[in-house]
Unconditional design. Structure first.
Length: 271
């Protein structure tokens, strides 16, 4: 099931005291201190719709990083935006926040470490070739989800060393998103997506009777984030051709050796 969404994502006009929203409502920068950096999505999220941001700037000297999650509090109804998402916003109830760390972000499930089924093996291998990220019955185009430390939009597919070169979750250009997946009647699980990988259900049984807004806390060492617009729907013919070529290339630089027009080589490496 593809996420049947695609609204233009923006930050809400209501936010923490130390945040400046700029560039069409798609960039949030903490202008001073290390706290009061809470931001909300302008509109509630639809089921299976991801709110994705890229870390654009860091600030040395602080302990802690970006925090992200969901809340059923309408920002317009808040008397004041809390100073911290953890614990302040969470202590108000109806909010689920996940602290992003440099390591150990994956939420372990009962099957982790034991699942050697064909589907699990396929999932591991398909990270390099599958155009979609699959979260339960939701699929999201993987193209925009992956942060890269160097030019090359598909470096994660073309480079055998991707796993060792992948960006730490808290690094500049790392991309982090939040979404929820319906589970049963009027409940859902919250998932955090980091550089194209699902970290698992970081909160379960979230009530969905009320609209759910994304929460982004531009906290401590995270200085500025920008929203990445995710395009839903069928991939273009150009994307399909590019993916077909990439599936048969061991290393991204090997594209230079192909007997292809220079423009097409450029598209395959950097688009």
């Amino acid at each position: 099931m593809a996420a049947a969404c695609g609204q233009f994502m923006e930050f809400h006009q209501i936010h923490g005291a130390n945040v400046k929203i700029e560039k069409m409502g798609t960039r949030a920068t903490r202008v001073q201190s290390f706290a009061d950096g809470i931001c909300f999505s302008k509109c509630p999220l639809a089921p299976g719709e991801i709110f994705l941001v890229e870390i654009e700037d860091k600030e040395l000297g602080w302990c802690g990083h970006l925090r992200m999650g969901l809340t059923s509090h309408d920002p317009r109804a808040l008397e004041a935006v809390p100073e911290y998402s953890l614990p302040d916003l969470v202590s108000m109830g109806q909010s689920w926040i996940f602290a992003i760390t440099r390591n150990h972000n994956r939420v372990l499930s009962e099957d982790d470490g034991e699942d050697l089924s064909p589907s699990a093996i396929h999932s591991s291998k398909s990270f390099f070739t599958d155009a979609y990220l699959h979260v339960d019955n939701i699929r999201i185009p993987r193209d925009k989800l992956v942060g890269r430390s160097r030019p090359g939009r598909f470096s994660h597919i073309l480079d055998d060393l991707y796993k060792s070169n992948t960006l730490p979750p808290t690094a500049r250009r790392s991309r982090i998103g939040v979404m929820y997946v319906p589970k049963g009647q009027e409940t859902a699980d919250m998932h955090i997506i980091i550089n194209g990988e699902d970290m698992g259900a970081s909160a379960k049984g979230i009530p969905t009777k009320e609209p759910l807004y994304a929460v982004v806390d531009v906290f401590a060492a995270t200085k500025s984030v920008g929203i990445i617009q995710v395009e839903y729907g069928f991939p273009s013919l150009q994307t399909l051709c590019r993916q077909t070529i990439q599936k048969h290339i061991v290393h991204r630089m090997a594209i230079d050796w192909l007997d292809l027009p220079e423009l097409l080589k450029h598209v395959c490496k950097y688009e």
